[in-house]
Write a protein that binds this ligand. Sequence first.
Ligand code: SIN
Length: 330
Amino acid sequence: MLRKVTQILAITAVSSMLAIGTAVAAPITIKFAHVVAENTPKGQAANKFRDLVAERMGDKVVVEVFPNSQLFGDDTVLEAMALGDVQLAAPSLSKFDRYTKSLQVFDLPFLFSDMAAAERFQQSDIGNELLMSMESKGLIGLGYIHNGLKQISAHKPLRVPEDARGLKFRIQASNVLAAQFEALGAMPLKKPFSEVFTLLQTKAIDGQENTWSNIYSQKFFEVQPYITESNHGLIDYLVVTSAEFWNGLPDDIRAEVKKALDEGIAFGNEVAAQKALDDKQKIIDSGRSEIIYLTPEERALWVEAMKPVWQKFEEEIGKELIDAAYASNE
Ligand code: SIN
């Protein structure tokens, strides 16, 4: 009898060991939260990354993408990342000034004459160094995603800077952008992206600045009868993760995830330029908004009004950094 019990115990132990031996580890989940629609450059980059990871390493890593501020807005996502509630985000470069002053360089008005200049700067050695500018705060930048140049929309036509005087504009959470609208004699209000449509629709604010893709995908053009094609600033993104999460990944997994992310970003960047053209055309075709095209003289007035902001932030950002970014226009 005793022998039988001992045998049963031994068999049970062996089968438990076998079960443990063959147990499949649960895949690592990467939650990627962003605030824009899926049919935008950032939305496309995130989805491509998710699909590549599923294709290549679906048994080891699962990427869940949460668009449209479904999981977190840009005002809360970085705190959530520190708590481990989300692993990837790609806030606009304008939304990091609580963490680093260096990235404010991207907000200086009329800094980049086109997206090729922004791309050159981001891919330069300095651009690469900026990815790590928040490492001491526990955040690591993994790459830049393009959106495009900003336009200004409003309830009234804005041809010259004087037209903006006294108007309320929604801005992203950036002191440089606040100074930019103050330089026009306007009132900037820092508000989350998810609130902008309602603020415009209810006329709680008079206008906002954004890219063609955001103005189209968020339907701002339906509630803003005028859009001035100013191309005065940039909305691009920093894909960011927590150092603790990133450095805690096994080396081989981290390398494969980064490769898929780089390819997702490259895909998003490829569609960005075309989307800017297509979404602008869709807005024109809708007949809901009149596009105001500036003459070179009118544009020069906007440059003159906004450019003093550079001087104001030179010490915080650093002259060398500003000069390097500006030099990418050549
Ligand atoms: C975004 O493109 O991610 C949002 C930009 C904004 O807040 O205006």
